[in-house]
Design a protein around this ligand. Sequence first.
Ligand code: ASP
Length: 430
Amino acid sequence: MKFHNQVLLAMVLGAGLGLLLDEQGTLAGLPLLGALTLVGTLFINALKMVVVPLVTSAIISGITNIGGGTHLGRLGGKTVAYYLLTTLIAVLVGLVLANLLTPGEVDGQPAGDQLGLSADTDDALAGMAGRGAGDFAGILLKALPPNIVAAAVNGQLLGLIVFALLFGIFLRAADSTGAARLRETIDGLYETMMALTLFVIRFAPLGVFALVGKTAATTGYEAIEPLAWFFVTVVAALFLHAAVIMPLLIRLVARRSPVRHARAMMPALLTAFSSASSSATLPMTLECVEKRAGVSNRSASFVLPLGATMNMDGTALYECVAVLFIAQAYGMDLSIAQQASVVVIALLTSIGVAGIPSASLVAITVILGTLGLPAEAIGLILATDRLLDMFRTAVNVWGDSVGAVLVARSEGEEQVLTADMDDAWRASTS
Ligand code: ASP
């Protein structure tokens, strides 16, 4: 069975098993929820374990192998332009659908009273500390951490990435035997980390099975029911962005098959979906983009790590829909100017949001604040947050991977998504 089908099957089986568990998380007396939680956590831990050395060595070796003086600036320019443009498109898709479907209204009336505020709002607000930079200054401060070791310890990838970029730039320019040796050593470190990552990824079917099983067992459908229309609006907007607009970019700009790219990315997308964390998925994304889609290390290692922390199409879209939904539910009519400010803040905060579960909630409270809505209004959307987090994280990772393909193609990489990379990849894992 192909690897991505194994992961897909594991997801379906995991969801099935999760739904069979009773309230105590047991099935026929067996404490399965505990086992699923343990296995899922082990898988996420293993992915997180490789992130720091993998990402730093990938970026440094990618940059030192870029070659030519102006290439780096060009690559950087294209990457950032792609991030901003596609995130803006995503927010606009969310804006249009939220206005068309008005999920916060029932029969033209604000739905606030019917929805009621969920009781655990305070806990949610308290738990938000440290989940992401709320404002622009916060993003800058995180990009230049005073201590890279502390940044790595705290999973602050953005600071680590900036340091790795700078390190790569200066190592690339250094002209001594010592520097040449260091470049070789870091190439070797990167190869080793990739091999180790591949090993971890082989456990993806098991990890995804456990993660999805746990979520299915602990997230009840009842909680979502009153929010069904909000749920549908977000998923429809994410779908439009990921399954219509992105494929058009792959087809028209990169001139490659979007279906083939989706197949190549499937393990990473399913991991993003089940883990709700782009940072934890990053090792998987790198592997799929390089080995299965055929993007060079030079492009992938530049576009993807930055993308995993800065380019969040799904998150930006979600922030926009969520804020509009809350405003509608409170009966607040947003002017064009206010909606425009929601677009801009959603775009900026999505850059600062960390690639971890529920990170968007912080950004949403920031936008609510600027509109004069109470932060507690976030309680309206808590029930659906976990499930929607899975969808938006998959879209975040998908957006990064499409960026890697576009940048690689614009750099003249012919091998991207041509030969059946999937089979080549499978051969290399067996
Ligand atoms: N969980 C998302 C991610 O890791 C961030 C968010 O939207 O909460 O990409």
